[in-house]
Design a protein around this ligand. Sequence first.
Ligand SMILES: Nc1ncnc2c1ncn2[C@@H]1O[C@H](COP(=O)(O)OP(=O)(O)OP(=O)(O)O)[C@@H](O)[C@H]1O
Length: 578
Amino acid sequence: MARQEDMQIIEEKVTKSNGEVLYKRYSKGRLLGKGGFASVYEIISQDSKVLSAVKMMDKSALTKGRARQKLMSEVKIHKSLSHTNIVKFEHFFEDNDYVYIILEICTNQTLSDLLRRRKRLTELEIQCYLLQVLSALKYLHSHRVIHRDIKLGNIFLSDKMEIKMGDFGLATKLEFDGERKRTICGTPNYIAPEILDGRFGHSYEVDIWSFGVLMYTMLIGKPPFETSDVKTTYRRIRMNAYSFPESVQISAESKDLIERILIIDPTARPSLTEIGQHGFFAKNLIPKLMPTSTLAVPPTPVYMRQFEKNPSLRPLSRGRDISVGKSPRSNSHKDTDRSTGKKNESNRPTSRERASSRDKAYSGSHSGSATKKNATASNYILTTEGPKIWIKKWVDYSAKYGVGYALSNGCTGVYFNDTTKIISDRDGTIFQYFSRRDRSAEETFVEYSLGNFPAEMQKKVTLLMHFRKHLTIEDLVETYENPLTHVKKWISTSHAMIFRLSNKVVQVHFTDKSELMLCSTNKIVVYVNKNGEISTYALATAMENNNKEMTKRLKYTKEILTTMLQNPAQSRNLAKNE
Ligand SMILES: Nc1ncnc2c1ncn2[C@@H]1O[C@H](COP(=O)(O)OP(=O)(O)OP(=O)(O)O)[C@@H](O)[C@H]1O
């Protein structure tokens, strides 16, 4: 039998109705994770080029009747579901050795991985995620499906940061609404007391209990009944023995909701609709999706402030003091509440450009010529030692406004002629603006959402959006950093364009299309010759190398960097003076 790890291609034998046999091929990629029975890998269909996840199960582990029967029940239930907050079941097939389930891929892992990195989440994030979990649960229960294993590790995040509920291995479908289930199942920390009791069976309310455990865990950082052994955990669940640690400050609304849900008597727990209407979800506006930066760091106070229902007029600052005003187009558009279908007032961030006539006139004056100017693209591709974030494309529009660029992580930025800098995140939901109060002052930055920023920044934001639209890139590299990596300085000469990035990378594009990357954090030089061949050197000894082409360019770069350091304030085009 082919070992799972060694298989590069997965073949699916398809027998057509006329008896003709076809083979669908998939390329197997990296391991995404392992569960009790399954290993999950990235997979690309060779026909459609669609990237998915494949859950592979060794058939020898499925020999016992029950295991196979359980798998078949998982497939049958999952296949029948279609909801934006549920991992999409794409396909199922088997060969002699394995069973394969092809699923929608969730590139941002699970809420369990998120909590491991972040320890605890903010209430804004919890509201955003739980509303989506509620929506998935409403869908499941209305189709008579009980999930029975709601936990952080079974809630995935898509590349857009959308919640996707997965793992239907313990799910069950009721024949009729009043049916009671008797199988003991669930994950110890999240299991409902009526499942442990077993006398009266259980129903939909077990998912509501687990929802309460989920909320507590995200808020406090560990599950409410957790102990070092399962028996004690079960005893505590039966006695409903949990408390809120004083060391963690939480709102009265969140505590109240958890206390209403974690109740021994299942009939006394609130319904999904009642949970959605609880004050916890009404105290502020709730973003539809969180920005990807929150995978690593909490949302910034400036970001969170836009969701306050009655924002005070107090200007907020981050880092050193820069006040944040309100844009004339700060939104008060209507949004539809996912769970209730009702319209509610919201000022959720939006990446839509809703330019006023003034903006249009402005963009009209520059956009034509800016798009005519061709972008330059880098030939560097991700290497193990080289930079993870680099400029993939750029346009020198400094004759009028500045230099626009797209980074390998999907962020778009502009270095303006007045030395201010702007950089949007990958999704275009937020941007950071870097400036100095005066020439001698230190640079500071402020984060805004695309839906809410000071009116005086309108022109700069319009330009940013313009570059974002035209400098599209593929094959994004996932990275999380704050502040966002951006161009700190550039210089253009008759031989090269040189960028200094805030991640301590110097990136040089020579006119003959060769490139150099100097990474000072790991002291590496990457050279991409004009044919796109990549070689890597240690920075300290790179000059002693016999690659003459490279050493010549490195020497030139060092000279230009010295010039750059001597003129700290302004980025410019030196070609005219040469
Ligand atoms: N759709 C997906 N996209 C990305 N990663 C996934 C996906 N499904 C599963 N994974 C990864 O694979 C791991 C194992 O998957 P899963 O939990 O479904 O397997 P399992 O054998 O049913 O696990 P368990 O024993 O926890 O029930 C997950 O923790 C996750 O890291």
